[in-house]
Design a protein around this ligand. Structure first.
Ligand code: GLN
Length: 304
């Protein structure tokens, strides 16, 4: 398969979609990113890498970080984790509060903000230096020690975090947050503010296409069962209330972020990261989804 010409063609086809979405404006530091950028990186399991467009421009990974923190916590907590967070699509926006009250402070899944805050809370209980541990973990998966926290993005989100603070306080009232709420939201804002580029992200998702093993180090990060479970949650909940449509159009497990990034993978075959900052109404990259739909159509392969 000539992946380079597939993604080069998609790059040209998808550029006309610029102007159809808008950058996340509830985090001011994200609103000021140049919207007309597009990068596509593909990492295949034979070790090759294909890239087109703005693949070396760093961006804020935002909710894609929720996958990495889930991996860190799932490795330690086993099945007890699923008493505190569910694994069903929520059918609601990522930052919604509505289900939490009648579901007794147990978030539907680990990828909506409420669920991710619970995961970050447990991570804080497990690691004495949680921010350092997250950064080190992501650097290790991507094989790049230059990955960093963009402190201006973290600060901007922290100053506009009323909704996430509300979610965390509300869950704490049900006993589903163990640590100080301010600390939980601070760590969460930092994980979302990790700066890395498309190629880093495609590399970091190799752990999933390699079925739980980090191919850079040979270390097994997840068991086959844990890999299956986290992949299943990406496939059913990775795009919030657009998860069904993403499965329909693209057909890969993956995760989006409001920085405009999307990381996805095909088990045993490849990982792919796409970045373009303009978002649709669900908070997912317009050009990113378009590119991924064309990619699985172009290579005539998906998980389905
Ligand atoms: N940091 C963002 C928030 O909490 C992440 C949301 C997202 O990327 N969907 O609102």
């Amino acid at each position: 398969m000539d992946y380079q010409s597939v993604i080069a063609r998609i790059y040209e086809e998808v550029k006309p979609y610029w102007g159809q979405g808008k950058t996340a404006d509830y985090i001011p530091a994200l609103a000021s990113v140049d919207p007309r950028q597009l990068g596509i990186s593909v990492a295949t399991n034979d070790g090759a890498l294909y890239a087109v467009g703005d693949t070396d421009v760093d961006f804020s990974i935002q909710s894609i970080s929720k996958v990495f923190t889930l991996v860190m916590v799932a490795r330690h907590l086993g099945d007890s984790l699923w008493k505190s967070v569910g694994r069903e699509p929520s059918g609601n926006p990522f930052n919604s509060l509505v289900q939490l009250e009648y579901e007794n402070g147990i978030p539907r899944n680990p990828f909506i903000n409420a669920g991710a805050l619970v995961i970050t809370d447990r991570l804080i209980s497990l690691y004495p230096k949680p921010k350092e541990a997250i950064l080190e973990f992501v650097r290790g998966l991507a094989g790049n020690d230059d990955i960093y926290f963009d402190h201006s993005v973290a600060r901007s989100e922290r100053e506009n975090a009323d909704r996430n603070l509300a979610l965390a306080h509300f869950m704490k009232s049900f006993g589903n947050i163990e640590n100080d709420v301010e600390t939980v939201v601070d760590v969460y804002c930092h994980q979302c503010a990790i700066g890395m580029n498309c190629t880093d992200l495609a590399n970091a998702f190799r752990v999933f296409s390699h079925r739980g093993v980090n191919p850079f180090t040979g270390e097994r990060i997840l068991t086959a069962s844990q890999t299956k479970r986290i992949g299943a949650i990406m496939a059913t909940c990775g795009f919030y209330d657009e998860s069904g449509d993403f499965a329909f159009r693209v057909g890969l497990p993956g995760k989006s972020g409001v920085g405009g990034g999307i990381a996805a993978y095909m088990p045993g075959k490849l990982s792919i990261a796409v970045w373009s900052p303009e978002l649709n109404a669900y908070g997912n990259s317009v050009a990113g989804i378009e590119a991924l739909e064309r990619f699985t159509t172009g290579i005539n392969s998906s998980i389905f």
